[in-house]
Structure formats: structure tokens, C-alpha cells
Design a protein around this ligand. Structure first.
Ligand code: PLP
Ligand code: COI
Length: 356
């Protein structure tokens, strides 16, 4: 499919001070759009100036949340090249989310090419400073003007871009997390494994209550027994217990994180033992009391590697590794970001160059 390009006549000024980018606050000059109409498939791929879109107030996405999204990044290397990290995995996951939300599948290879083309148009927007990148947000919404509850017949796929710094203001400093015992995020058979808006809106109240108590995020437990660990709001979670990295297995209620998958592969390449299995909060507490809980860290595209310094469960606050980043977290951060920013060799074949 051909991609039409319409360039803006009013380019915006690029951010001067990249230390103040924050996360997801600034958007670039252009966006990618593509429509789906039943009978016609995906069509009209185009890159156009970034700006408001028209939607009927009755558009189905606004009422029943038929929406899916992705999050990935483009990185600028020291020599000025621009590269993507495992975009194929993101588009594969987009299609898994599509399947769960009854949204028509997209051509993953075509989307990768479309994304490269968009980034080429916006290449000056990829920031240069350490720990900055261009966050990429592909998403699909149901656009039918109809109030019946059924899968839509018309969709809009968009990709927008945002130059970003760290997701958490803490950066690589340990974050404070509490174990959520009042609310649940997802259950097996629900939509937890899909990247869809409803999962996030359902988590807001819990996040607000955590923030009121000065906690950065919450750690979700399983929705049935409220016993087994699931994930954090925007990241997967790992526990290093007696030298072994343990992370909840994928059972349908948590997101299959690409950073999670990459970290597992990196740790295994070091010869470290990694276990994907059910892990209860009681096991974590026991490991803490017996001095075997070496490290806890979250993984995500936005959050990268985020060490957990304080983990609260009920009245108990566990201080992990003296509230300092642990050896494994630091080594993982160095290797993962080293590959992403092109500072070390990509022996896994994860990097997709955008510019030569
Ligand atoms: N879990 C949730 C709920 C997320 O939103 C994210 C971020 O996308 C992750 C985990 C981490 O996934 P990834 O490493 O693919 O960014
Ligand atoms: C990510 O892309 O890493 C996310 O977690 C999305 C998030 C900012 C909601």
C-alpha cells in the first residue's frame, strides 16, 4: 500500500532543554493514519500534520472502549543514527490485542515500514541527550457512529510520536510501590493480556490512592485468590531471590512485556537462572525475612528498568537492598540501554535501523 505524505506548513519549535522533556507531553509535527472499512480492509495510509481528528460523538470507541494501543521507542546513537528496538514484537502484540478486542488485524511488516517512514519525516525530533528517546504510540479506535454493543465495522489506526525523558521522576532511583489488596486489575479470561484502554482506566483510582500515600505505583495481585503477584501499572516485575530471577508467568491476565522478554533473554545469556512461574506475595515476604530477597525491579518500555526500594504489604514495609539499585538491576539496565542506544553490540539481533 502506498503511503501519501503531506508535510506541515507550520513546523513547531523543537524543545530546547531536553532535560525537561518529561513523558508524553510534547508531540511532533506529523502523524500516521490509516482507515479500515468493512469490505475494503485497511486503506488510505497517510502521513499528515499532527492535529485534532474528527469523530462523531456517537463513535463507538468513546462509549465501549474498543481500543488497543502500543508503546515503543526510537533511539539516537552517539553517531547520530536512529534505531528501533524490537518493533516486530510490538506489532505482533498489537495483533494479539486486536484479536481480543475484535479489531481487524494489521499487516505487521507494513506497519514497521510505515513507522520507519514517519520517523524519517520526524528525524529531527529524536532527542540527543542521555536517557531521552522518541516514544511511539500506535493505537486503533472504533469509529462507527452507533450505540449498539457489537464490534465496529470502521476503525482508525494512528501513530503519534513524543520526545521523552524518564517516565518516573525517580529515573533509575528506586521507586516506592505498595501491594494492592483492595482493587484488582484483571482476571484470567479478561483483557489483562491486551494493551487496551479499559485496563488503564480501571487502575486509576488505585493509583490515585497510592499517590496520596506517597507511593509511585501499585503491585497488583491476582483477581481470584489475591495471593499471586501479577504486575505493576506500567511494568512487569522481577524478584531476585537467592540469586534466581523470578517473574510471574504469562497466564492471560498480565501484559507480555517486551522488556520483560528481553531481560529474561539477557539474564539467561549471563548464565543466570530465570524462573517464569506463579509467585505469591507470601513467598516474597518470607524471602525478605530470611534475607534472601536480593532485589526487586520493574521492566517496561516507558519505565526501562525501575528498581523497587520500598515494597509495602499491609502494615509492613520491606526495604529492599537498602533502597539502592541492585547489581542485577544495574547490569540489566546497562546492557539493555547499551543495546537500545547503540553503545554495545546487539548480539541478539533486536535493533532495526531507521537511518544508516
Ligand atoms: N505491563 C503493563 C500494564 C504495561 O502497560 C507495560 C508497558 O507497556 C508493561 C507491562 C511493559 O511492557 P513493555 O516492556 O512491552 O513495554
Ligand atoms: C509503556 O509503553 O511502557 C507503557 O507502559 C505505556 C504507559 C505509559 C501506559
Amino acid at each position: 500500500m502506498e503511503i501519501k505524505v503531506e508535510l506541515t506548513k507550520n513546523p513547531k519549535a523543537k524543545p530546547q532543554d531536553e532535560s525537561k522533556l518529561g513523558f508524553g507531553q510534547i508531540f511532533t509535527d506529523h502523524m500516521f493514519l490509516m482507515n479500515y472499512d468493512e469490505g475494503q480492509g485497511w486503506h488510505d495510509a497517510r502521513i499528515v500534520p499532527y492535529g485534532p481528528i474528527e469523530l462523531e460523538p456517537s463513535a463507538m470507541c468513546l462509549h465501549y472502549g474498543q481500543e488497543v494501543f502500543e508503546g515503543l521507542k526510537a533511539y539516537r546513537t552517539d553517531t547520530g543514527k536512529i534505531q528501533l528496538f524490537r518493533p516486530d514484537e510490538n506489532f505482533k502484540r498489537l495483533n494479539l490485542s486486536n484479536e481480543r478486542l475484535c479489531i481487524p488485524k494489521v499487516d505487521e511488516e507494513f506497519l514497521t515500514e510505515a513507522l520507519k517512514k514517519l520517523i524519517l519525516v520526524e528525524q529531527d525530533w529524536v532527542p540527543h541527550s542521555k536517557d531521552t528517546s522518541l516514544y511511539i504510540r500506535p493505537f486503533i479506535i472504533a469509529t462507527d457512529a452507533h450505540l449498539g454493543v457489537h464490534p465496529a465495522h470502521h476503525y482508525l489506526l494512528m501513530i503519534i510520536l513524543s520526545p521523552v525523558g524518564p517516565y518516573y521522576p525517580e529515573g533509575l532511583d528506586p521507586v516506592k510501590i505498595y501491594v494492592e489488596t483492595k482493587y484488582v486489575r484483571a482476571v484470567k479470561g479478561g483483557t489483562g493480556m491486551a494493551k487496551t484502554a479499559g485496563n488503564y482506566s480501571a487502575s486509576l483510582l488505585s493509583q490515585e490512592e497510592a499517590a496520596e500515600q506517597d507511593y509511585t505505583q501499585v503491585l497488583w495481585l491476582d483477581g481470584v485468590e489475591r495471593k499471586y503477584i501479577e504486575e505493576v501499572g506500567a511494568m512487569n516485575i522481577f524478584f531476585v531471590i537467592d540469586g534466581v530471577a523470578v517473574t510471574p508467568m504469562l497466564q492471560g491476565s498480565i501484559l507480555s512485556g517486551i522488556t520483560r522478554k528481553s531481560c529474561i533473554e539477557i539474564m539467561q545469556s549471563w548464565g543466570m537462572k530465570v524462573e517464569e512461574r506463579r509467585i505469591s506475595i507470601d513467598e516474597v515476604v518470607d524471602a525478605y525475612h530470611s534475607g534472601k530477597l536480593d532485589e526487586v525491579f520493574g521492566t517496561g518500555t516507558a519505565a526501562v528498568i525501575s528498581p523497587v526500594g520500598h515494597l509495602r504489604y499491609g502494615d509492613m514495609v520491606m526495604t529492599i537492598n537498602d533502597n539502592k539499585i541492585g547489581k542485577i538491576s544495574q547490569r540489566l539496565y546497562d546492557e539493555l540501554t547499551g543495546i537500545q542506544w547503540g553503545k554495545i553490540e546487539d548480539k541478539f539481533g533486536w535493533i532495526v535501523p531507521v537511518t544508516e
